[in-house]
Structure formats: C-alpha cells, structure tokens
Design a protein around this ligand. Sequence first.
Ligand code: ATP
Ligand code: MG
Length: 437
Amino acid sequence: MASSKSEKVTSVKGMNDILPLDSARWEWLEAKVRDLMARYAYRNIRTPIVEQTALFVRGLGEVTDIVEKEMYSFEDRLNGEQLTLRPEATAGVVRAVAENSLLYDGGKRLYYMGPMFRHEKPQRGRYRQFHQIGAEALGFPGAEVDAELILLANALWRELGLQNVRLELNSLGQPAERQAHRAALIAYLEQHMDALDEEARRRLYSNPLRILDTKNPALQAIVNAAPKLIEFLGEESLSHFNAVKAILDANGVAWTLNPRLVRGMDYYNLTVFEFVTDQLGSQGTICGGGRYDYLMEQIGGKPAPAVGWALGVERVLELLKEQGRAEVNVAPDVYAVVPNAASLPRAIAVVEQLRELGVSVQIHASTDAAGSMGSMKSQFKRADASGASFALVFGEAELERDVVAVKSLRDGEGSQIEQPLAQIASWGSTLQSRPVH
Ligand code: ATP
Ligand code: MG
C-alpha cells in the first residue's frame, strides 16, 4: 500500500479517459442509438456493474476466455461475497428480468449501454474497460425476432453512415445436435493432437467447441477443416435458420455463412452472428450476438427464449473515424463578451434568457480572482477559439441603451447589428445554429 507522495497517480492500464472532444462523438452515437431503439420499440434497462461472480461462471460457462482468464473478480472485504465487474451485460439483464418477473405479461425488448471489464492485453480495439451497447429480446422464440435484431443493428450502421461492415451468420443448433457434433469434433481434433496448443488441449474434452473460436493463427487451418456443426443440425434447427435468412433476404441484408462462428460464451444456441470489418486490423468484430434460449434457466430463472447482440462502442467509433465520419460540432452558438465585470449581472440575466430559448451560450469568465475580464482583444480571441457563430458584446454603453451588439463570427466581414434586450424573444432563437441530431 505504500506509495511516495510525489509519485503521479495514473489511470489503470487499459482503462481510458474519454475526453470532451471524443465524448461528444460518444454522445452523438448514443443519441442515434436511443432514437433508433425507440423506433424498434426497445426500452432501456440499467443493471449494476457489479454482480455475483456465480452469475457469469454459470451463465457464460466455466471453460470460456472470459471466465477462465478475463474477469475482474474480488471478495467483498466486508461480507466475503464473491463479486465480479461485469465482463458483459447479457447475463445481468437476464438476471434482472428473472428477478423482477418482467416476462409475466409477455416478451420484452430491451437495450443497454455501459462499461464492461475484461482483463485482456490492451491493444487497438481491445481494452480492459470498454463499452458495449446491446439489444436483447426476451420471451420470444420465433426466428423473426432474431432477424429483427439483425435488421436493427444493420439500421444502426446506416444511421451512423458506417460502411464496409459484413454480416456473418451461423447456427449452433440445439444441445442434442451439439452433442453429436462434439463427438465428431473431438475425434477429429485427436488426430491433430500434436499441432494443438496448450489451451486447445486443455479444452479438448471440457469444451471442444471453444477451440473453433481460437485466436491462435497456427490453428486456423486445423479448425477450418474441422467437422461443421451446421451439418449436424436437424430439421427444426435448419428451418429456424432458414426463416431468419429469408427475412434478411427479403430486406436486402447481405450475409455469408461462417460455419466456424461459435461466439465466446457458452450460452448461445441456434442463430449466432457477427458484424465484421476488414478496416480495424485483427479486432475486426464490431458486433456479435445470437439466440440464448437456455440462459434464463441456467441462472435459475423460469425458462424463456431470448436473443440479442452487443456492439463494441470503441470499435464502432474507431471505424467511423477510419471512414472519415467522425466530426461532431461541440461549438456553442454564442460567445458572450463582457468588457467590464460590473456588467456581469445584467449580461448573465440576458444569457440565461437565451439559454431558456434553446441557444447555447458560453460566457467569458473573469481571468483572476479580483474579477478582471481581460482585454477585448483577448476576449474575441477566446470567442473565435470557441467556434461560436456569434459574439454578443455586452458593452456598458449598449446596456445603458438596453441593447446588445450581435457580431457574426462566421461571415468573414464580422458584420454587427444591435438588438433590443426587451425583444429578446423575437431575435434570440435565431442565434441557434447547432445541428439538431
Ligand atoms: P473478441 O473475439 O474480439 O475478443 P468477443 O467475442 O470477446 O470479441 P463479445 O463478448 O461478443 O466479444 O462482445 C461484443 C463486442 O464487444 C465485440 O464484438 C467487440 O466489438 C467488443 N469487445 C469485446 N471485448 C472488447 C475489449 N476488450 N475491448 C473493446 N471492445 C471489446
Ligand atoms: Mg474476447
């Protein structure tokens, strides 16, 4: 616990500050998501960041990357509870739905946004605190809801102006079908024992399907040629899969079958999918999801079918940047120049009226504790730097005549007019120029 006083306290590795300029892009994206979720009639849910460790161990599966090596787990010092910072939110949402009996009157369509925590090696597109936006539909067994969720994600890319995103689909079938495939998979992998890495060998009998999800480049050829789960699916699973595909086709959503797509958690069955891009290097999956009809039961709830996805916000924003779609306007509409501190009370009263009218106003602040406002030149420098479209100058002479000078900062000539303070309601809102998204 000892640390020198002069040592700088820094952020935790892999956990980043999102500074104002970047944060504006986050807010832009979040606003788009909220709007779109409302159009698909998905409602927001907010679950705790800390959950019982057992939720993830039981929900995600013991032999998964997340549970084996990525969770931030700790014992509560006060009561000895085993707790974990959520590595994903689906398990928490399912727990919340069960605990609050949300399905008593039918299925629920939900979405969330927030930070997740995984102890991974930090690199581009991979952090220890990262953020997901997710959509979950619980209580619906039909393929049309799988398709709805894919259409929803697809619509989001469109709203964001995101390009070069490809959809990969697979079906994991049902547990009995997986059982049959498992035997064939083990037999196949046993023939390649020598080539398997340590992790794959360890998982060979506990969770061989997970081996298909390996990130080890040396194993790609072997897993590519492995028996395909899709070939073990029965009629019911195939017809569910075909129904999803038919809806995607009818809506012009292109997809490719990826028989190796198994996803990182054990809770999936039937439809699984990922949206991937080639523009982000090796962290190319921006969104992944699928059906998880057994998770509810797994964590002790009343069985209920469910399907959902989660997208990685950092990766989506990075891809937008990559595609030159990253600019957002954070400038205020107006910068209020106040030459003399004595004018502040009146100037602030006017500024408050403008804000009430919906205008964004940044007011010049005094530069020292004695209340000095600084020169006009320095105030206008700040006004320009703020990016505001207009400067309002609250000079003493103007205020005496109950007017304010409105100077355009954008038209090049710096044209200036006077406006009467008594009629602020009629001209105030014309100063508003921020794009409404
Ligand atoms: P990966 O294969 O890249 O490790 P995953 O299968 O573990 O991803 P999911 O658990 O499906 O990822 O999470 C959904 C999305 O969240 C991913 O597609 C990705 O965009 C994002 N994501 C996952 N882990 C991280 C991370 N450590 N840092 C940033 N984003 C992440
Ligand atoms: Mg991962």
